[in-house]
Design a protein around this ligand. Sequence first.
Ligand SMILES: Nc1ncnc2c1ncn2[C@@H]1O[C@H](COP(=O)(O)OP(=O)(O)OP(=O)(O)O)[C@@H](O)[C@H]1O
Ligand SMILES: [Mg+2]
Length: 229
Amino acid sequence: MERVETGIPGLDEMLGGGIPKNHTVVVMGSFGTGKTTFGLQFLWHGLQKGEKGIFLSLEEDENAVLETAASFGWDLGKYIDSGMLVVVKLEPADAKSTVTKIKSDLPGFIKHMGASRLVLDSVSLLTMLFQREEEKRDTLFHLAKLVKDSGATALFTAEVKGEAPHVSRDGLAEYTADGVILLRYQEVGSDVHLLLRVVKMRRTAHIRRAKPYTIGANGITVHVEAEAY
Ligand SMILES: Nc1ncnc2c1ncn2[C@@H]1O[C@H](COP(=O)(O)OP(=O)(O)OP(=O)(O)O)[C@@H](O)[C@H]1O
Ligand SMILES: [Mg+2]
């Protein structure tokens, strides 16, 4: 099976080499656990290997995304200039047209550009645009299918429900995805540990145990050799 490296040291090992190609994977976690960083690191790693990428942002605008990346030493600007990377800010204010636009334009765009990696940050903000459960579900299914048909490998970041840290806010994203990676905090006394767990990854064996990770100057590192506290 062809695999797509995440570029996150330790995680690729946990996954037996990387995410199976053409999977859609939900990266789920509460605020500040590193979801955006995860997505950027995934794209940055691809760019280093000559793989084109798309970052769809519902949160930060293009400048903020570039600044976040730059804080880890990832200079995305030159890849945007050379057409290897596209950062798109989607306006949540206009829900219907945003989703209509994604549905109609994204497949052609991915194909035309030749992008093999796609990040949507965050899918929770997208589904929040809809009131009805049914609309949320339809949008998610449609989006997952659209990305699958494009041949790209995709990461959807998702926020978790405050009271249920293992469930995404809409409670749906994890069902439509091929894989789920959970990021969370654990407080031990006055220390805060970050833990990563591969909850599900279709068609591959993977380590299930939660592993500690850190966010440092070069991004996220998972400490596979360490045991969770
Ligand atoms: N340049 C950096 N070096 C080291 N750590 C950093 C750096 N930039 C950010 N961090 C750490 O990473 C954390 C979260 O990063 P990130 O924005 O990826 O999380 P997130 O899950 O996307 O958050 P949100 O829910 O707000 O979108 C920050 O709160 C900070 O602790
Ligand atoms: Mg974020």
